[in-house]
Write a protein that binds this ligand. Sequence first.
Ligand SMILES: [Zn+2]
Length: 66
Amino acid sequence: MALLSRQFAKYLKQKQKKKKNERSAKVDSSSKNVQCFECKSFGHVRSECANLLKQKKKALTSIKSD
Ligand SMILES: [Zn+2]
């Protein structure tokens, strides 16, 4: 049991490290020279698109009112 938790802690550590790396890489690529596939404008990615967020909000509202 003790060994298992130790391995798990190691696993979590590796996971966090990986996450951090992915995050910094994402920031580098999204800071500039990116194009939004939703509204075709530059400077942000689709996941950060205001248009998409609006659509999501709309969808959520329609589900709620249903
Ligand atoms: Zn956009």
